[in-house]
Design a protein around this ligand. Sequence first.
Ligand SMILES: Nc1ncnc2c1ncn2[C@@H]1O[C@H](COP(=O)(O)OP(=O)(O)OP(=O)(O)O)[C@@H](O)[C@H]1O
Ligand SMILES: [Mg+2]
Length: 493
Amino acid sequence: MPCPEPIRTPSAGEGGYPGANLRKPEVTKLRPIFKDFTLLKQKASQQLFDCLDQLAEGCLVVDQDVRVVMISDRYAANLGVKPEDVLGREIETFLPNSLMRQVVVTGKPILLEIFETPTHTLVVSRMPIREEDGQVVGAMAFALYSDLEALKPFMDRFSQLQADLDHAHRKLAEARRSKYTFSSYIGNSPGTMEAKRLARRAALVHAPVMLLGETGTGKELLAHAIHAGGPRVERPFVTVNVAAIPEALLEAEFFGVAPGAYTGADRKPRPGKFEVADGGTLFLDELADMPLALQAKLLRVLQDQEFEPLGSNRVIRVDVRIIAATSRDLEAMVAEGLFRKDLFYRLNVLTIPLPSLRERISDLDLLCEHLLEKIGHAFGTVGRDLSPAAFDLLRRHPWPGNVRELENALERAMLNSDADTLVPADFPGLQRSARVPAPAPPRPATLAGVEEEAGRRALAAALEASHGNRAEAARRLGIGRTTFYRRLRRNRV
Ligand SMILES: Nc1ncnc2c1ncn2[C@@H]1O[C@H](COP(=O)(O)OP(=O)(O)OP(=O)(O)O)[C@@H](O)[C@H]1O
Ligand SMILES: [Mg+2]
């Protein structure tokens, strides 16, 4: 039967279209249609079926036992079977992955699905057939397309969205990837080599790692390298700086928040760092600053590898490798009751002490060469050299801020000088600490001069007090990092 004319609804101009024309429809004219409502519905159903059958690549009807009652020739051809061979048979006997039984059993339609047959890829819609009382007595399926060309615009859009999503995932993974490898940990003194050897071994196992060392000795660098050198390299590397997060927020940061956990607070669930790091590494930086209550919770998570987000009773299982770091004497803190003994033992499995720069001063030339090149690269200029006297000055400095302080001293010297070779005068801070009297600054004559000089001294003092750590120095002065850098340059500190 040819596909019938679509059922027309009278348009606004023809009158009687509710809403479009506020004139009341003439009820008497409608009465004959409503009288034959059941008949009309039957007609509509029949025509809809015929129409779909015509438009589609074929149709199929099964009874409540999922036996084939009707199959169109085209559908049979698409499925690679003959109608007479399959009529009366349960559908799975010739289409093992058919979903018709699901539709009959659940009574729920599956409106659009890509279905692979031995010969074709079809887009299929399946609907239950019901008795008047709602009981399911069978199901019908229409193969809407037998080639996906017709769906190309949708598919293209879908592929584009999928590609965008993959790209975003890759970017996120890159951001969470390690910044350093073992080759970034420069030096060949015995202390450096031993630290590297231990770290390489630690990379290959799952046990927790504890990195101990003064500030600026490369704990974060080695944590990245351990992650990058092990089997979790493709998974996230996630850092929690325990000291940088207010105590009240730490628990949420670690374990996440269920939706609506705080009344009035943001209602969206927020995953914790443990969940984000699943399959990868969680780096607990400044571990010693962790409050005792959270230490207890962390210990439980490390033992069970599972936890509940704040405000939820959903248990999340994770597989996370822990690397912890601290510059404080954890053993002394345990003795004083400031750090839990059980957590200390749990984390102190593979302990890697990192030597201070004083203890490995023989690495100074390799470090300077590496850092001068690195800074030059960051500034977009070539690296510089050190004069023998400048090198000697650096060698005699005690470096309480270790490699970070060295890096900052070299960076400041490079900013202050245009010459190819850096000389002792380019390291005024170090000259003072080496007790070589620095030349007295000329007495400022103007207010601007006085302010300039005061600013310069404040910057230098803050830098010294924070062992060359600029973020820390900026914090001490109560200014942002960018302002701090600008002032450093302007005041030629
Ligand atoms: N052996 C090394 N070779 C090259 N660069 C290093 C080395 N050790 C440290 N650095 C550099 O020094 C800086 C400080 O290192 P890092 O942040 O890893 O120190 P840290 O021990 O975590 O310090 P803190 O305790 O203050 O957080 C970084 O820029 C790092 O690249
Ligand atoms: Mg650090």
